[in-house]
Design a binder for this molecule. Sequence first.
Ligand SMILES: [Zn+2]
Length: 234
Amino acid sequence: MNKFVTQTADVIASLGTVIFVLLMTIIAMIFVGHGLYYQVFIRCMLPWQAEIASWVLSFGVETTVLVITCNVKYFGSRKLPLFFAICSGFIVLFFINAFDFSQSQLDLAIRWFMGLLVSGVNFVYSELFVKKFNDMQFTTNLLGELELIKHQSSESNQQLISTNAELTKAKADIDRLVDYIAELETFKKKEMDKVTCKFCKTIFPTIFHLNSHMRNCDVNPRKGEKLSVFEAVV
Ligand SMILES: [Zn+2]
């Protein structure tokens, strides 16, 4: 039930309903305008000419009103809808002889009320149409921007995932490199120890140089003696 009420409210508040009502008033005004113009044209035209001219003029005027109402944002003045609403009111007033003051007050009141009502409805709906149309365009633009942001966000996420994968790989490479360096340092220390004099800690280019030095090393307590096979570095 609530869904039905909400859907009905959405339909009533939609731009389509505003356009529908606007079109109904315009169609009605085409007939009223035709009646008025015919009364004027018949005095100076043949009946068939007056008939055609009234229909064409009435249709032309009301179409102009519709087009101007829909495109009012392109005009400097926003008073155009008001102007056309007043014109519509006068068309009705002239058509129903509202200026014939020989009628009873009640008849006059009814006619004037109809004229004012048509003016009011025309003005309110033309204003409503413009505001609804602007709202719809704003919503459409907003949805477009939202889609664009979602698309950009998705791309950024993809880049982030890719960058994270690269970072993980780089971290693994660095860890491997650190292990290699540690192994290399250990290896280097071992190789250096092989050519370092254990007495004076001097480093020599080869084991032969070291062996010949160690025998004569100043710090060697047994300087001059031949090194045993355990002491000599091979
Ligand atoms: Zn030495």
